[in-house]
Design a protein around this ligand. Structure first.
Ligand code: ADP
Ligand code: ADP
Ligand code: ZN
Length: 216
């Protein structure tokens, strides 16, 4: 099972990938989470990435590709994975295909999360994230049992700097310009499956299971 979750910021990729990776026993490789962890650990990579993330811009391809090359080489990724938030440019998609090919592998499917812009704005402005385990909540649609506290680990919930309205708009533009071309790229390679990304989290999860099942 080698899947990529593709979609605009706030589409629900992380929410679904976290649950399905556990269900399927494959790692959830989210470049955004990896960058935020690097930043929390104050590594050079994390500090460099911060400049781009704060502006809602993409981190340079070389940086992200290097990060994913290392991550995919770890033994747990050999039997499969869900990549979430990667690839985000054609250059990243080509690098991923090459990396996998060198290991005698290939993507099974790319799942596109189709969500309206109005709903994305609602989701992003209400999103809260656990500082310790990165589990995602929403003030209205997916609140924690106790306000401000992670159900899973008791960690503190915070609002991402880049989830403020101003940066959110920029990220949606960046998606349209730099990432949306991947839809055609993967359609042409017969890898793209679109899932309606609005509605109950459970129904969407079921639609992804179905899409992944037919892809194998
Ligand atoms: P979201 O889940 O809201 O789409 P992410 O957590 O995936 O956001 O990404 C947050 C930020 O991290 C992006 O705005 C970008 O600056 C950086 N980033 C994450 N993944 C990539 C990537 N594949 N290429 C370039 N930048 C990335
Ligand atoms: P992405 O990783 O694509 O940026 P997330 O998984 O972080 O998106 O979800 C964005 C926000 O929307 C979070 O606050 C999450 O709790 C909420 N969310 C996720 N799926 C749904 C859904 N089906 N309906 C309503 N809210 C959702
Ligand atoms: Zn937590």
């Amino acid at each position: 099972m080698r899947l990529a979750f593709l979609g605009p910021p706030g589409a629900g990729k992380g929410t679904q990938a976290r649950d399905l990776s556990r269900e399927w026993g494959v790692p959830h490789l989210a470049t955004g989470d990896m960058l935020r962890e690097a930043l929390a650990a104050r590594t050079a990579l994390g500090l460099e990435a911060k400049r781009f993330m704060d502006q809602g811009a993409l981190v340079p391809d070389e940086v992200i590709i290097g990060l994913m090359r290392e991550r995919l080489a770890k033994p747990d990724a050999a039997k499969g994975f869900i990549v979430d938030g990667f690839p985000r440019t054609i250059a990243q998609a080509e690098a991923l295909a090459r990396l996998l090919k060198d290991a005698g592998q290939a993507l099974d499917a790319v799942i596109f999360f189709d969500v309206s812009e109005e709903e994305l704005l609602r989701r992003l402005t209400g999103r809260r994230v656990c500082r310790q385990c990165q589990t995602t909540y929403h003030l209205v649609s997916a609140p924690p049992q106790k306000p401000g506290v992670c159900d899973r680990c008791g960690g503190e919930l915070y609002q991402r700097e880049d989830d403020r309205a101003e940066t959110v708009r920029r990220r949606l533009e960046v998606f349209a310009r730099q990432t949306a071309p991947l839809l055609d790229y993967y359609r042409q390679r017969n890898l793209l499956t679109t899932v309606a990304g609005e509605g109950p989290i459970d129904s969407i999860r079921q639609a992804i299971r179905r899409a992944a099942g037919t892809a194998r």
